[in-house]
Design a protein around this ligand. Sequence first.
Ligand code: IMP
Length: 195
Amino acid sequence: MDLVCASANPDKYVEMAQILSGVANLAPRPKDIPEVLEDADNLLDNARLKAVAIRSATGCPAVADDTGLEVDALGGAPGVFSARYAGDDATYEDNVRKLLKEMKGVDGERRSARFRTVAVISWTDGTETIAEGIVEGLIAETPSGRGGFGYDSIFVPSSGSGKTFAEMEDEEKNVISHRGIAFRRLNRRLKKKNA
Ligand code: IMP
């Protein structure tokens, strides 16, 4: 099965292609398609906006992922605004710095958080397949590790061995991550659809 990636984020494309491998061939998002405005107030609608836009532009089924980091001590922020937490042009480092600043004085279990991914495939007949993945964890006091992207250097998943996502090999992260869980769920639905 051939799918087009609706995410312009190359870090996400790599993970999506790894997890879908063997089930679907994932083509990168064509560079000439204008950016999609992700102005919905929830992950599902943002993922749907991207998947439908890329499916309409290419005429091929497209898959999108929208992800948020929900920090309990911050009332669920940055959540759907994770990409722009420190401002419209924020880098990954800017966002991490702002989050650590906001978390000053919050300790131990009160640093609980989760990554949530909603993945949507928009098919050419207008139907869609949706899956969600969540991983619980804690926000570290300082960044560690050089792998991954985004907030990986400060997220310690509860289902891991105490390392941040950025300290893990790709495969180790994919096995327990929000994106891994969401896309393996999609894989199972795709296999049923193909059967
Ligand atoms: P979006 O789904 O492209 O809106 O992503 C939101 C933001 O969340 C990204 O810019 C990253 O900063 C962050 N993010 C998304 N996925 C991950 C992940 O797997 N690890 C760490 N940060 C992530």
